[in-house]
Ligand binder design. Structure first.
Ligand code: AMP
Length: 433
């Protein structure tokens, strides 16, 4: 099937062809005709499936059907709610890309950016707003924004918004929208809260399901390194250096852990940046740009900041810490192997994380392949042998589980190195990269 057959306008077809897309992805094929027909849609689609174009293209088409060029100031006719600022920036970019030949104006309303600038933009008027809920609610409180003309509401990555506790804000926003509107809900997973939200806001929705939830892409090769926690950093530096990896997204559990690992990797001579929710928006954007432009090889990120990122041809994802929520494993490794490219997802798993690994494998319904020889003393990842899991350690959590002793004290030595020698890293070699 071609894009022409979907019924999109010529301007949109031109923008699609500017991007070099020839065939709609499955979610686009299934969702676009229903959205064009004005139906509510509940779509189960992960990032990497082309879902953003799946809702953006028909949204732009529908807005153009009754666009009034004389309307001054412009009214907000479409609202896209997303969980993170990074995703907001990405969706806005997509809207601008696909709407390049259209006279529509889109703006972003997110935290961490100048509120006065946003107030000016809102006063000036726009057709589409991409927003995170917190800042949107701030503008609603201050009566800076009028949502009474919204015709289309999109909830993108709705499951993540609920995970992040945004349901009350979502409800408040929806309470300010006209009752008569089109609703599009995109979610990677169908949990009970997502179903409940869908029941509340969608009217006779069309169900679109492209990738079965809890399935990872065949393009991604996955590996588990069983490794003592205290050896993870040396192994990571070694893997990056010895394989000359140029672009690696590394997931850690805590903001503090992200900053610490970034500094350690820099000490090891690896150009790195950190991305997490405590950074200012400017610092987050800069870190992401440095990574996307190849100025740093490693981006150390927490889940909260990394969800929904679309980085072209990202070849390597490393789980430095396993996620607390098994589904996040799928989201994390979905940053690689996108749009048909090949990718590698490597998990450095310490014995304390054995039960998290077991949960992930239960969800995936398969065992992840283990590396037999990590170069370090083998560790057991059997749940029975592993110490009991400690208190939850989410990004916002305080208790960070530590090993009691460093590797040397336990007599662990990297196999290929002399006792007492520094861990193998790319050291000075990579400094010149
Ligand atoms: P998304 O799932 O929306 O994050 O999109 C994943 C990636 O797929 C983005 O980099 C898009 O530019 C790309 N993409 C979207 N639609 C198509 C298509 N029909 N053909 C090729 N690439 C696409």
């Amino acid at each position: 099937m071609s894009f022409q057959a979907l019924g999109l306008s010529q301007q949109l077809l031109n923008a699609i062809s500017d991007q070099g897309y020839t065939t709609p992805t499955p979610v686009q094929k299934q969702a676009i005709p229903h959205i064009l027909a004005g139906k509510d849609v509940l779509a189960g689609a992960q990032t990497g499936t082309g879902k953003t174009a799946g809702f953006t293209l028909p949204l732009l088409h529908r807005l153009m059907e009754n666009h009034d060029p004389h309307q001054k100031p412009r009214r907000i006719r479409a609202l896209v709610l997303v969980p993170t600022r990074e995703l907001a920036a990405q969706v806005l970019e997509s809207i601008k890309t696909y709407g390049a030949h259209l006279p529509l104006i889109a703006e972003m309303v997110v935290g961490g950016a100048s509120i006065n600038m946003q107030i000016r933009q809102l006063r000036h008027g726009c057709d589409i707003i991409v927003a995170t809920t917190g800042r949107l609610c701030d503008h609603m409180n201050e009566r800076n924004i009028n949502l009474s003309s919204v015709e289309i509401l999109v909830l993108d990555e709705a499951d993540r918004m609920l995970d992040m506790g945004f349901l009350p804000d979502i409800r408040r926003v929806i309470g300010n929208l006209p009752k008569q509107r089109q609703n599009l809900l995109f979610s990677a997973t169908y949990s009970a809260p997502i179903k409940a939200l869908a029941n509340q806001i969608l009217q006779n929705p069309i169900l679109v399901e492209v990738a079965k939830p809890n399935v990872t892409s065949d393009n991604i090769s996955e590996l588990v390194y069983g490794i003592a926690r205290e050896n993870k950093r040396a192994l990571l530096s070694y893997l990056i250096g010895s394989n000359n990896w140029q672009q690696v997204l590394v997931f850690v559990r805590t903001k503090h852990g992200a900053d610490r690992l970034e500094k350690q990797l820099v000490t090891d001579g690896i150009r790195s940046a950190a991305l997490h929710g405590d950074k200012t928006q400017g610092a987050r954007t800069k870190a992401l740009d440095l990574f996307k432009n190849g100025k740093v090889s490693v981006l150390v990120a927490t889940d909260i900041a990394a969800r929904g990122l679309d980085i072209d041809d990202l070849p390597h994802v490393v789980n430095y810490d396993l996620p607390q929520v098994p589904e996040d494993y799928i989201h994390r490794i979905g940053r690689t192997g996108r749009a048909g490219a090949l990718g590698a997802a490597i998990s450095l798993v310490s014995p304390e994380e054995s039960s998290q690994l077991a949960e992930i494998e239960k969800l995936l319904k398969r065992k992840l392949p283990r590396i037999a020889d990590t170069g370090y003393e083998p560790v057991s990842l059997n749940v029975i042998d592993a110490p009991k899991k400690k208190a939850p350690n989410k990004e916002t959590g305080k208790k960070d589980f530590r090993h009691s002793k460093p590797a040397e004290k336990k007599g662990y030595v990297a196999r290929n190195q002399a006792p007492g020698a520094k861990p193998k890293t790319q050291g000075s070699r990579s400094r010149s990269r």
